[in-house]
Design a protein around this ligand. Structure first.
Ligand SMILES: [Zn+2]
Length: 313
Protein backbone atom coordinates (compact mmCIF):
# COMPACT_ATOMS: atom_id res chain seq x y z
CA UNK A 1 0.00 0.00 0.00
CA UNK A 2 2.80 2.43 0.71
CA UNK A 3 3.76 2.39 -2.97
CA UNK A 4 0.30 3.54 -3.97
CA UNK A 5 1.18 7.23 -4.35
CA UNK A 6 3.95 6.38 -6.82
CA UNK A 7 1.61 4.16 -8.83
CA UNK A 8 -0.97 6.92 -8.77
CA UNK A 9 1.50 9.49 -10.12
CA UNK A 10 2.61 7.07 -12.83
CA UNK A 11 -0.98 6.36 -13.79
CA UNK A 12 -1.75 10.08 -13.94
CA UNK A 13 1.27 10.74 -16.14
CA UNK A 14 0.08 8.08 -18.56
CA UNK A 15 -3.46 9.39 -18.91
CA UNK A 16 -2.60 13.09 -18.77
CA UNK A 17 -2.04 13.80 -22.47
CA UNK A 18 -5.53 12.67 -23.40
CA UNK A 19 -7.63 12.94 -20.26
CA UNK A 20 -6.39 16.42 -19.40
CA UNK A 21 -6.25 17.74 -22.93
CA UNK A 22 -8.52 20.72 -23.30
CA UNK A 23 -10.79 21.12 -26.34
CA UNK A 24 -9.23 22.84 -29.34
CA UNK A 25 -9.89 26.59 -29.21
CA UNK A 26 -11.42 27.60 -32.55
CA UNK A 27 -12.59 31.02 -33.75
CA UNK A 28 -15.13 31.16 -36.58
CA UNK A 29 -15.82 34.53 -38.20
CA UNK A 30 -19.62 34.20 -38.52
CA UNK A 31 -22.54 32.06 -37.39
CA UNK A 32 -22.83 29.82 -40.46
CA UNK A 33 -19.17 28.79 -40.30
CA UNK A 34 -19.47 28.28 -36.55
CA UNK A 35 -22.26 25.75 -37.12
CA UNK A 36 -20.11 23.78 -39.60
CA UNK A 37 -17.20 23.87 -37.13
CA UNK A 38 -19.39 22.57 -34.29
CA UNK A 39 -20.76 19.75 -36.41
CA UNK A 40 -17.25 18.53 -37.24
CA UNK A 41 -15.57 19.41 -33.94
CA UNK A 42 -18.17 18.19 -31.46
CA UNK A 43 -16.87 18.06 -27.88
CA UNK A 44 -13.26 18.17 -29.09
CA UNK A 45 -13.49 21.90 -29.82
CA UNK A 46 -14.77 25.11 -28.25
CA UNK A 47 -15.96 27.68 -30.77
CA UNK A 48 -15.98 31.45 -30.46
CA UNK A 49 -18.19 33.10 -33.10
CA UNK A 50 -17.22 36.67 -33.98
CA UNK A 51 -20.36 37.73 -35.90
CA UNK A 52 -23.26 35.96 -34.22
CA UNK A 53 -26.88 35.20 -35.14
CA UNK A 54 -28.59 37.91 -37.21
CA UNK A 55 -25.27 39.79 -37.47
CA UNK A 56 -23.96 41.44 -40.65
CA UNK A 57 -20.42 40.24 -41.32
CA UNK A 58 -20.02 42.66 -44.24
CA UNK A 59 -19.90 45.70 -41.98
CA UNK A 60 -18.68 44.17 -38.73
CA UNK A 61 -16.43 46.07 -36.33
CA UNK A 62 -14.33 43.70 -34.19
CA UNK A 63 -14.30 44.27 -30.43
CA UNK A 64 -11.41 43.97 -27.95
CA UNK A 65 -12.99 40.66 -26.82
CA UNK A 66 -12.68 39.38 -30.41
CA UNK A 67 -8.97 40.28 -30.48
CA UNK A 68 -8.51 38.39 -27.21
CA UNK A 69 -10.35 35.31 -28.53
CA UNK A 70 -8.31 35.31 -31.73
CA UNK A 71 -5.10 35.78 -29.75
CA UNK A 72 -5.88 32.67 -27.68
CA UNK A 73 -7.18 30.56 -30.58
CA UNK A 74 -5.45 27.45 -31.91
CA UNK A 75 -7.34 27.59 -35.21
CA UNK A 76 -9.16 30.40 -37.03
CA UNK A 77 -11.80 29.58 -39.65
CA UNK A 78 -12.72 32.26 -42.21
CA UNK A 79 -14.98 32.24 -45.28
CA UNK A 80 -12.56 34.05 -47.58
CA UNK A 81 -13.68 35.41 -51.00
CA UNK A 82 -13.27 38.89 -49.44
CA UNK A 83 -16.26 38.39 -47.15
CA UNK A 84 -14.51 39.41 -43.92
CA UNK A 85 -12.77 42.63 -44.96
CA UNK A 86 -12.03 43.42 -41.30
CA UNK A 87 -10.26 40.12 -40.55
CA UNK A 88 -6.70 40.95 -41.65
CA UNK A 89 -6.51 43.87 -39.25
CA UNK A 90 -7.96 41.75 -36.43
CA UNK A 91 -5.41 38.98 -37.02
CA UNK A 92 -2.60 41.54 -36.94
CA UNK A 93 -3.84 43.35 -33.85
CA UNK A 94 -4.19 40.06 -31.94
CA UNK A 95 -0.75 38.86 -33.13
CA UNK A 96 -2.25 35.53 -34.21
CA UNK A 97 0.32 33.20 -35.72
CA UNK A 98 -1.59 29.90 -35.80
CA UNK A 99 -3.40 28.06 -38.58
CA UNK A 100 -6.03 29.88 -40.66
CA UNK A 101 -8.53 27.80 -42.63
CA UNK A 102 -10.13 29.47 -45.62
CA UNK A 103 -13.29 27.39 -45.71
CA UNK A 104 -14.18 28.37 -49.29
CA UNK A 105 -10.81 27.13 -50.63
CA UNK A 106 -11.54 25.12 -53.78
CA UNK A 107 -14.95 26.66 -54.45
CA UNK A 108 -15.50 28.05 -57.95
CA UNK A 109 -15.98 31.78 -57.27
CA UNK A 110 -18.83 33.71 -58.86
CA UNK A 111 -18.88 37.38 -59.73
CA UNK A 112 -21.53 39.66 -58.31
CA UNK A 113 -24.24 40.80 -60.70
CA UNK A 114 -23.21 44.05 -62.35
CA UNK A 115 -26.23 46.11 -61.37
CA UNK A 116 -25.35 49.60 -60.16
CA UNK A 117 -26.80 48.63 -56.77
CA UNK A 118 -24.88 45.45 -56.24
CA UNK A 119 -24.32 43.77 -52.94
CA UNK A 120 -22.09 46.54 -51.61
CA UNK A 121 -24.92 49.04 -51.82
CA UNK A 122 -26.05 48.29 -48.28
CA UNK A 123 -22.68 49.12 -46.82
CA UNK A 124 -21.90 52.56 -45.47
CA UNK A 125 -20.27 54.78 -48.07
CA UNK A 126 -16.86 54.95 -46.37
CA UNK A 127 -16.44 51.18 -46.73
CA UNK A 128 -15.75 51.65 -50.41
CA UNK A 129 -12.84 54.07 -49.97
CA UNK A 130 -11.35 51.81 -47.29
CA UNK A 131 -10.96 48.87 -49.60
CA UNK A 132 -7.29 48.04 -50.04
CA UNK A 133 -5.77 48.19 -53.51
CA UNK A 134 -6.38 45.03 -55.50
CA UNK A 135 -9.52 44.13 -53.53
CA UNK A 136 -11.80 42.11 -55.79
CA UNK A 137 -14.91 43.89 -54.73
CA UNK A 138 -17.03 42.04 -57.25
CA UNK A 139 -16.26 38.49 -56.11
CA UNK A 140 -19.44 37.01 -54.65
CA UNK A 141 -18.58 35.74 -51.15
CA UNK A 142 -21.88 33.90 -50.46
CA UNK A 143 -20.62 30.50 -51.65
CA UNK A 144 -22.25 28.64 -48.71
CA UNK A 145 -25.67 29.16 -50.31
CA UNK A 146 -24.88 26.14 -52.52
CA UNK A 147 -24.82 22.96 -50.42
CA UNK A 148 -22.25 21.49 -52.81
CA UNK A 149 -19.92 24.29 -51.71
CA UNK A 150 -20.95 23.65 -48.11
CA UNK A 151 -19.46 20.17 -48.50
CA UNK A 152 -16.19 21.74 -49.72
CA UNK A 153 -16.20 23.97 -46.63
CA UNK A 154 -16.71 20.95 -44.35
CA UNK A 155 -13.92 18.97 -46.01
CA UNK A 156 -11.54 21.91 -45.54
CA UNK A 157 -12.54 22.12 -41.87
CA UNK A 158 -12.01 18.36 -41.34
CA UNK A 159 -8.54 18.56 -42.94
CA UNK A 160 -7.56 21.54 -40.77
CA UNK A 161 -8.77 19.93 -37.53
CA UNK A 162 -6.82 16.76 -38.27
CA UNK A 163 -3.70 18.79 -39.00
CA UNK A 164 -3.89 20.92 -35.86
CA UNK A 165 -5.23 18.21 -33.51
CA UNK A 166 -4.17 14.81 -34.92
CA UNK A 167 -4.96 13.06 -31.60
CA UNK A 168 -8.67 13.37 -32.46
CA UNK A 169 -8.34 12.72 -36.18
CA UNK A 170 -10.68 9.75 -36.20
CA UNK A 171 -13.43 11.61 -34.33
CA UNK A 172 -13.20 14.60 -36.69
CA UNK A 173 -13.38 12.36 -39.72
CA UNK A 174 -16.35 10.37 -38.38
CA UNK A 175 -18.38 13.40 -37.35
CA UNK A 176 -17.42 15.14 -40.58
CA UNK A 177 -18.55 12.21 -42.72
CA UNK A 178 -21.88 11.95 -40.87
CA UNK A 179 -22.45 15.68 -41.37
CA UNK A 180 -21.45 15.53 -45.04
CA UNK A 181 -24.10 12.83 -45.51
CA UNK A 182 -26.70 15.18 -44.00
CA UNK A 183 -25.62 17.97 -46.35
CA UNK A 184 -25.94 15.67 -49.37
CA UNK A 185 -29.42 14.64 -48.23
CA UNK A 186 -30.44 18.30 -47.76
CA UNK A 187 -29.09 19.17 -51.21
CA UNK A 188 -31.25 16.42 -52.71
CA UNK A 189 -34.27 17.66 -50.74
CA UNK A 190 -33.75 21.24 -52.00
CA UNK A 191 -33.73 19.97 -55.59
CA UNK A 192 -36.91 17.95 -55.04
CA UNK A 193 -38.70 20.94 -53.48
CA UNK A 194 -37.76 23.31 -56.30
CA UNK A 195 -38.69 20.75 -58.95
CA UNK A 196 -42.33 21.29 -57.92
CA UNK A 197 -42.20 24.84 -59.33
CA UNK A 198 -42.27 25.25 -63.14
CA UNK A 199 -38.89 26.69 -64.28
CA UNK A 200 -40.51 29.81 -65.79
CA UNK A 201 -41.91 30.71 -62.35
CA UNK A 202 -38.59 30.51 -60.54
CA UNK A 203 -37.95 34.25 -60.52
CA UNK A 204 -37.80 36.28 -57.35
CA UNK A 205 -36.50 39.67 -56.35
CA UNK A 206 -34.21 40.09 -53.35
CA UNK A 207 -32.75 43.27 -51.95
CA UNK A 208 -29.67 41.54 -50.54
CA UNK A 209 -27.89 40.06 -53.53
CA UNK A 210 -26.68 36.96 -51.68
CA UNK A 211 -28.23 34.12 -53.64
CA UNK A 212 -26.11 33.94 -56.79
CA UNK A 213 -24.62 30.55 -55.82
CA UNK A 214 -28.04 29.25 -54.73
CA UNK A 215 -29.61 30.38 -57.99
CA UNK A 216 -26.89 28.79 -60.10
CA UNK A 217 -26.98 25.50 -58.18
CA UNK A 218 -30.75 25.11 -57.94
CA UNK A 219 -32.14 26.90 -60.98
CA UNK A 220 -33.77 29.97 -59.42
CA UNK A 221 -33.32 33.44 -60.88
CA UNK A 222 -32.69 36.10 -58.26
CA UNK A 223 -33.24 39.59 -59.62
CA UNK A 224 -31.90 42.70 -57.94
CA UNK A 225 -34.11 45.76 -57.72
CA UNK A 226 -32.52 48.12 -60.25
CA UNK A 227 -31.56 51.54 -58.91
CA UNK A 228 -32.54 50.54 -55.43
CA UNK A 229 -31.06 52.44 -52.52
CA UNK A 230 -31.34 50.22 -49.47
CA UNK A 231 -30.53 53.08 -47.09
CA UNK A 232 -33.67 55.08 -47.82
CA UNK A 233 -37.32 54.50 -48.50
CA UNK A 234 -37.94 54.72 -52.25
CA UNK A 235 -39.68 57.70 -53.81
CA UNK A 236 -42.99 57.35 -55.69
CA UNK A 237 -41.04 57.44 -58.94
CA UNK A 238 -38.66 54.70 -57.80
CA UNK A 239 -41.61 52.55 -56.75
CA UNK A 240 -43.20 53.00 -60.17
CA UNK A 241 -39.90 51.98 -61.81
CA UNK A 242 -39.65 48.91 -59.59
CA UNK A 243 -43.20 47.85 -60.37
CA UNK A 244 -42.44 48.10 -64.08
CA UNK A 245 -39.27 46.02 -63.55
CA UNK A 246 -41.11 43.33 -61.59
CA UNK A 247 -43.77 43.05 -64.31
CA UNK A 248 -41.26 43.08 -67.16
CA UNK A 249 -39.05 40.39 -65.61
CA UNK A 250 -41.98 38.21 -64.62
CA UNK A 251 -40.89 38.25 -60.97
CA UNK A 252 -43.08 35.96 -58.90
CA UNK A 253 -42.18 37.13 -55.44
CA UNK A 254 -40.35 39.90 -53.62
CA UNK A 255 -38.06 39.12 -50.70
CA UNK A 256 -37.02 42.53 -49.43
CA UNK A 257 -35.59 42.15 -45.96
CA UNK A 258 -34.40 45.63 -45.15
CA UNK A 259 -37.31 47.71 -46.29
CA UNK A 260 -38.83 49.22 -43.21
CA UNK A 261 -42.39 49.66 -44.47
CA UNK A 262 -44.05 46.30 -45.13
CA UNK A 263 -47.20 48.04 -46.48
CA UNK A 264 -45.10 49.57 -49.23
CA UNK A 265 -43.73 46.17 -50.24
CA UNK A 266 -47.26 44.76 -50.19
CA UNK A 267 -48.57 47.62 -52.35
CA UNK A 268 -45.70 47.20 -54.79
CA UNK A 269 -46.24 43.45 -55.04
CA UNK A 270 -50.02 43.85 -55.50
CA UNK A 271 -49.61 46.38 -58.31
CA UNK A 272 -47.00 44.25 -60.05
CA UNK A 273 -48.93 41.00 -59.67
CA UNK A 274 -46.28 39.44 -57.43
CA UNK A 275 -46.41 38.19 -53.84
CA UNK A 276 -44.49 39.26 -50.75
CA UNK A 277 -42.16 36.44 -49.86
CA UNK A 278 -40.92 37.71 -46.50
CA UNK A 279 -37.31 37.34 -45.39
CA UNK A 280 -34.66 34.80 -46.31
CA UNK A 281 -31.63 33.82 -44.27
CA UNK A 282 -28.54 34.70 -46.26
CA UNK A 283 -25.46 35.70 -44.25
CA UNK A 284 -26.36 34.83 -40.67
CA UNK A 285 -28.33 32.18 -38.84
CA UNK A 286 -31.36 32.81 -36.64
CA UNK A 287 -30.88 32.90 -32.86
CA UNK A 288 -30.73 29.42 -31.26
CA UNK A 289 -34.10 27.71 -30.93
CA UNK A 290 -35.67 29.45 -33.93
CA UNK A 291 -36.17 28.03 -37.41
CA UNK A 292 -33.02 28.78 -39.42
CA UNK A 293 -30.68 28.47 -36.43
CA UNK A 294 -28.35 26.04 -38.26
CA UNK A 295 -26.80 25.80 -41.72
CA UNK A 296 -29.17 22.99 -42.70
CA UNK A 297 -32.03 24.76 -40.91
CA UNK A 298 -31.43 27.84 -43.07
CA UNK A 299 -32.20 25.81 -46.20
CA UNK A 300 -35.14 24.09 -44.48
CA UNK A 301 -36.54 27.58 -43.81
CA UNK A 302 -35.63 29.41 -47.04
CA UNK A 303 -36.63 26.76 -49.58
CA UNK A 304 -40.29 26.28 -48.52
CA UNK A 305 -40.63 30.09 -48.33
CA UNK A 306 -39.30 30.41 -51.89
CA UNK A 307 -41.40 27.53 -53.20
CA UNK A 308 -44.61 28.83 -51.61
CA UNK A 309 -44.08 32.32 -53.03
CA UNK A 310 -43.05 31.19 -56.52
CA UNK A 311 -45.81 28.58 -56.86
CA UNK A 312 -48.63 31.06 -56.08
CA UNK A 313 -50.86 32.03 -58.99
ZN1 LIG B 1 -24.05 39.26 -47.88
Amino acid sequence: MRFFPQYLILALMLVMPTAWAEPLRVVATFSILADLVKNVGGADVTVTTLVGADGDAHVYEPTPADAKAVGQAQLVVVNGLHFEGWMDRLLKSSAYSGEIVVASQGVKPRQMAEEPDDHDAHQPKQEHSEKPAGHHADTDPHAWQDLGNGQIYVNNIITAFIKVDPAHAEAYQQRGNAYLAQLKETDQWVREQLATVPPAQRRVMTSHDAFGYFGAAYGVEFLAPVGWNTENEPSAKEIATLIRQIKKEGTRAIFVENMSDPRLVKQMADEAGAVVGGALYSDALAPAGQPGDSYIGMFRYNVPALVAAMAKD
